[in-house]
Design a protein around this ligand. Structure first.
Ligand SMILES: Cc1ncc(COP(=O)(O)O)c(C=O)c1O
Length: 394
């Protein structure tokens, strides 16, 4: 059985170290905590990728680079191992030579959120937590409810009251208590914090606990392995709280230290919507932090995140990678979502459509080399957006 090589938790901003055997949240300085590993031992075991042969497929294939120590705490619903698909008709439609899509909608509960919540809930179980709470735009709540149920724990989900009914039903169907809050995910977070003064639950808000990012990291590990350790030229990622973007960036750094890849990095490109684009605005204004986006509104509910806790880290990755940030309108992303379905046979979430609408715009504006290998992250399936997409069409 693979052993985790987790050593410490380190604040990304001030470098302070924290004990991995205690329940941790984030650093008082405001920085997220990142798990650190014994990369020498892991690198030797991976042997530039050759050492992975014979390991199980999927998420737990990388268990030595994940934080859960005891195998019995590694919750499993079949997460990860999602396909990386060529999308030739979409490539032609948006004017690029090679477009690959990572179809994360095939994860348990239909989104990439399964990865982060699988890691965070498993680790919480390992540390003896029995009551969990989360503020969510929708997908993360369903994923947490599923893994909490799998681990025999209780889940409370705080969600904007106007979230598509499918998300609400899913959480209830997975045994969670759902608390609907007027407003946005930030208001849901505030309501959760207030309730937390009286209720004894552990909260798994994006990057305010250290392990969701580790689950998301597996997208980067998988992508590298699927591309035979040659990273693409650009990654197009629909950005809300940014854990996926940060997780992949962390994966690439660890893979380089382990000797699996060289120093080449993809351009990391964040996509948001015109109705909620705090990262895009801050990126182009040269800001270190992204301010709050007022009156956020978009059909792509996962991108309706007016303020990201790790805004500074997201902006750093975009800049370090010579990346970019772009917003698209709801009409553009919806049109792209329907085209993907008809062109490629993938019934994908509007957030995924946003990445394709973005590729088209970036190419048209001369901001993306159309001859490179471009990977777009299709972060969820459309099944939970049916009611919202109908309204968007009407
Ligand atoms: C389908 C989908 N895509 C993208 C995002 C944004 O992800 P992140 O918070 O990792 O930036 C979300 C978040 O809810 C989502 O549900």
């Amino acid at each position: 059985m693979l052993e985790s090589t987790l050593t410490d938790l380190e604040c990304t901003r001030c470098g302070k170290l924290y004990d991995t055997e205690q329940i941790q949240t984030h650093c008082p300085c405001g920085g997220p905590l990142y798990p650190r590993y014994d990369l020498e031992t892991t690198g030797a075991a991976w042997d530039r990728g050759k050492g992975l042969a014979g390991r199980p497929q999927g998420f737990w294939r990388y268990a030595d680079l994940l934080p859960i120590r005891k195998p019995e705490n590694r919750l499993n619903l079949g997460e990860g191992g999602t396909p990386l698909l060529e999308a030739p008709r979409t490539a032609e439609r948006v004017g690029v030579s090679r477009l690959l899509v990572k179809d994360e909608g095939l994860n348990p509960t239909g989104s990439f959120k399964a990865r982060g919540l699988c890691a965070a809930v498993s680790k919480a179980k390992e540390l003896g937590v029995t009551e969990l709470a989360i503020p969510t735009a929708g997908n993360a709540g369903g994923a947490m409810a599923a893994y909490a149920a799998r681990g025999g724990m209780n889940a409370t989900v705080y969600m904007p009251s106007d979230t598509c009914v499918e998300f609400i039903d899913e959480c209830r169907g997975l045994g969670a208590e759902v608390i609907l809050v007027e407003g946005l995910i930030t208001d849901a977070g505030a309501a959760m914090a207030k309730d937390g003064e009286e209720r004894d639950f552990f909260t798994i808000a994006t990057l305010k606990e250290p392990y969701r990012v580790e689950g998301k990291k597996t997208m980067g590990l998988e992508l590298a392995e699927q591309l035979d350790w040659q990273l693409p030229d650009a990654i197009i990622y629909p950005t809300g709280g940014g854990t996926g973007l940060l997780g992949m960036w962390k994966a690439f750094a660890e893979l380089e230290t382990m000797g699996c890849i060289g120093s080449h990095r993809p351009r990391m490109i964040s996509v948001q919507t015109e109705g909620c684009a705090p990262i895009v605005r801050a990126f182009h204004a040269g800001e270190e932090y992204a301010g709050m986006w007022e009156n956020a509104e978009t059909l792509a509910s996962g991108l309706r995140v007016p303020a990201a806790f790790a805004d500074r880290e997201i902006l750093m990755v975009l800049r370090e990678s010579d990346g970019d940030a772009i917003s698209v309108s709801d009409a553009e992303l919806l049109e792209a979502t329907y085209h993907i379905g008809a062109d490629e046979g993938i019934y994908t979430a509007p957030e995924s459509g946003a990445t394709i609408a973005a590729v088209r715009k970036l190419v048209e504006e001369g901001r993306l080399d159309p001859s490179g290998t471009i990977v777009s992250f299709f972060t969820g399936s459309a099944y939970k957006y049916v009611s919202g997409m109908r309204q968007g069409v009407a």
